[in-house]
Design a protein around this ligand. Structure first.
Ligand SMILES: [Zn+2]
Ligand SMILES: [Zn+2]
Length: 748
């Protein structure tokens, strides 16, 4: 018998595969998961090659201990995708491929349980008749189990166990008594012929001419077809996605589609729209993928996509690496959203990988946004992406809201003072909405009560002891909190420096605005939605449903309230404190602000009632605000692109960032200087500009000092090849705690 060797990708910061001897009974297949010894541990890896020889001496080779035979191997195409991501983002294949799998698959001891189809049971007539009397009155959990089993067509074992810890033993008894029977597994329950007409409902909304054209263009696309769906807020982009998917599933009933959304808290709303529209598909055909799912559910959903039983996957950025053998269309909703960029580990852009994946598979990809990223807009300007425009709102009579700039300086000069940062016109507008029974939304991008707590007498300011940042005052929680490292302490009663008891909060966060609104708009029911008020799982959903149910008059919050939500009764949006982003050192700050304000403005006047947006500013003649008040994204985008071209900034150049974290700033800078010096002789480096190392704006976080080195080139290929050659050099350098390379960084 000849020897067999496999080359395995392992989640290690190395761009090599590891050789193992293979002598198990099951045939080794590329794309299969295996368990292998690595150092002193056993780890799960992925077979990337099967070979009859190995360059490693036989004495040093170890054996594969286990192969996962229940899970079908990952396809060659998926391995290519992972390989591309690894290459482009300067990582090892194993560092990309393994973290892309659900945790449960990366633990060999769970393989067999994970893949077993869950047993289901249904109640028989004999059980219905006998059970109520057969159970002791006080056996509450047992009664609940019996009731839940009787109430539905069938019950799964995991649900049963959640109701009663001894559910398996109980079901064995009940089976013997003839009270229940085994039922068909979940995904085989629905009628298969329904798939022929994925859109079961005949009550579809009437498409506008623009929507119809967009749907037709996407549905008739052949091969790789990137689309930019540029639609104003409320123009019905979701309806275009739904129709394009329906057309796809009619043409190819076995096809799969991937729909990405930026935020977890938007998926339930999206999910219900998709489930309602594709209700005729078999149960289990639509699955979600995001980090908020429990491990078991995430593994089940991943497997459903991998085996093809899930036809539509709705997910956040991590879903871009889902294995989908019949993937035929990708949608990226709100493609401009920075949430598509992973900020740790593999720092990938899910939007960019979506375009790559579509190209690889020769399928359409739809990038939707009211304010496309300038990268995407530039692709469309050059004709590389097909632009589809929805310039009007879809609901009849729903015009875009009127945007009004409130000049805070003028208000002050005319002696019309603001109350705690809320201007007179905004307060008056809030009151009139309350009288009319309409909802208002107040947006400011700063959570907590006040960003600064300070002492007038000596100038002391509350800071985080571990970071170079102020500690934010949180009044309801009675705490000072650091938003960078999570440090927390009680609010001091007096100044710790001079003993002055008159320490005061400066500036305003959402908590303070919430408090002010309650007093200046008497009788209004005010609700705050931000990262603090939605900390518990599911609470964001509950708060948003209060808004939809009309139990809230004024909603105050951070960007969490800006995105995607379809608030039917909001007619007024107030924007506070947006000016700070106008003068940021980050060249993308104005692009982000424009997108954010367009999003939040778009919440107003969606259902036919006229909407109004009030932006409080000290710079009412700033070009960004003027473009915003004209609803002129195109003007803003083209002017900003011209500025970027003159300044040689992305998308006209390509960037990469080396970041280092050290015990001292000097150590971090020294590492970057050494790395920069080692970069110069590398192939391609002559076409790359290496800037000087600089400290990050917030230089110290959790006692770690951070600095960065920017690289820039007009040639993506030159930058890529130099970065690749740089990796072994960087690994050999010492002196810092951590470092990472980010390609196409968003925060520069
Ligand atoms: Zn003091
Ligand atoms: Zn801190």
């Amino acid at each position: 018998m000849t020897d067999i060797f496999v080359r395995v990708a392992i989640d290690q910061p190395m761009s090599v595969l590891f050789d193992y001897r293979y002598s198990l009974a099951a045939e080794p297949v590329v794309g299969s998961l295996v368990e292998v010894p690595f150092g002193r541990r056993d780890v799960v890896g992925l077979i990337c090659e099967v070979a009859s020889t190995s360059g490693i001496p036989a004495a040093k080779l170890r054996d594969v201990t286990r192969i996962c035979t229940d899970c079908p191997p990952l396809s060659a195409q998926w391995l290519l995708l992972a390989g591309f991501a690894a290459e482009y983002y300067q990582r090892g294949l194993g560092e990309v491929a393994l973290p892309a799998l659900p945790q449960a698959l990366r633990d060999a001891s769970r393989w067999n349980r994970l893949l077993a189809v869950e047993e289901r049971f249904s109640m028989l007539a004999a059980g219905r008749a006998a059970l109520p009397d057969a159970l002791p009155t006080r056996a509450i959990a047992l009664r609940r189990l019996a009731e839940a089993t009787a109430a539905q067509e069938s019950i799964g074992m995991s649900e049963a166990r959640a109701l009663h810890p001894k559910a398996s033993a109980t079901f064995v008894d009940w089976l013997a008594l003839g009270w229940i029977q085994r039922a068909a597994p979940e995904n085989e329950r629905s009628a298969p012929e329904a798939a022929a007409s994925p859109t079961g409902s005949s009550l579809l909304p009437q498409l506008t001419g623009e929507q119809r054209e967009a749907v037709d263009a996407i549905a008739s696309a052949q091969g790789f077809a990137p689309f930019l769906l540029h639609g104003v807020t409320g123009s019905g982009k979701t309806e275009v996605y739904l129709r394009a998917l329906a057309a796809l599933l009619v043409k190819r009933p076995d096809a799969q589609a991937l729909v990405l959304v930026p935020e977890i808290n938007l998926t339930p709303q999206f999910e219900s729209a998709f489930r309602a529209r594709f209700s005729a598909l078999a149960a289990g055909s639509i699955v979600t993928m995001h980090s908020g799912l429990a491990e078991g559910e995430r593994a089940r959903n991943w497997l459903a996509a991998h085996t093809g039983s899930a036809r539509i996957v709705l997910g956040t950025r991590l879903a871009i690496l889902a294995s989908m053998p019949d993937l035929a269309m990708i949608v990226v909703d709100e493609e401009h959203d920075p949430a598509y960029k992973q900020q740790e580990g593999l720092r990938y852009s899910a939007r960019d990988l979506a375009v790559y994946r579509a190209k690889q598979l020769e399928i359409p990809v739809v990038l939707g946004s009211a304010t496309p990223s300038l990268e995407t807009w530039w692709q469309a300007e050059q004709g590389r992406y097909t632009r589809l425009t929805l310039a009007r709102r879809a609901v009849a009579d729903a015009a875009l809201p009127a945007v009004r700039l409130i000049d805070l300086e003028e208000e002050r000069q005319r002696g019309r003072a603001s109350v705690e940062g809320l201007s007179g016109p905004l307060i008056a507008a809030l009151k009139s909405r309350l009288e009319r029974g309409e909802q208002s939304l107040v947006f400011l991008n700063r959570r907590g009560y006040a960003p600064i707590l300070s002492c007038d007498a000596c100038g002391w300011v509350a800071g985080c002891p571990r970071c170079s940042a102020y500690a934010v005052l949180h009044k309801p929680e009675r705490a000072l909190r650091c938003h960078h490292c999570g440090w927390e302490s009680r609010i001091p009663k007096a100044c710790p420096e001079c003993g002055n008891v008159d320490i005061a909060p400066m500036g305003r966060g959402t908590q303070r605005v919430e408090e002010t609104l309650a007093s200046v708009v008497p009788g209004a029911r005010v609700l705050r939605i931000d990262a603090d008020s939605t900390r518990r799982k599911g609470s964001a959903q509950a708060l948003f449903s209060d808004v939809h149910a009309g139990e809230v008059d004024i909603l105050v919050g951070t960007q969490m309230i800006a995105k995607g939500h379809d608030f039917r009764r909001v007619t007024l949006v107030g924007v506070l404190n947006a000016d700070t982003a106008l003068f940021s050192h980050d060249f993308r700050a104005s692009e982000r602000l424009f997108a954010q304000l367009t999003q939040v403005s778009g919440r107003a006047g969606r259902a036919g009632l006229p909407g109004e947006v009030m932006i409080q500013t000290r710079y009412p003649r700033h070009a960004l605000y003027l473009a915003l008040s004209r609803q002129d994204y195109v003007g803003f985008a083209n002017a900003t692109l011209a500025e970027r071209r003159d300044a040689r900034l992305p998308p006209f150049v390509y960037q990469a960032m080396l970041r280092a974290e050290g015990r001292t700033l000097e150590a971090a800078i020294a590492f970057l200087e050494e790395a920069g010096a080692a970069f110069a002789p590398l192939p391609g480096a002559d076409r790359v500009t290496v800037y000087d190392p600089v400290p990050l704006t917030i230089v110290k976080v959790f006692n770690v000092h951070r600095a960065q080195l920017l690289l820039e080139s007009g040639s993506r290929a030159a930058l890529q090849s130099a970065l690749r050659a740089w990796q072994p050099v960087l690994r050999s350098l010492k002196g810092v705690l951590r470092w990472n390379v980010e390609v196409d960084p968003l925060d520069v």
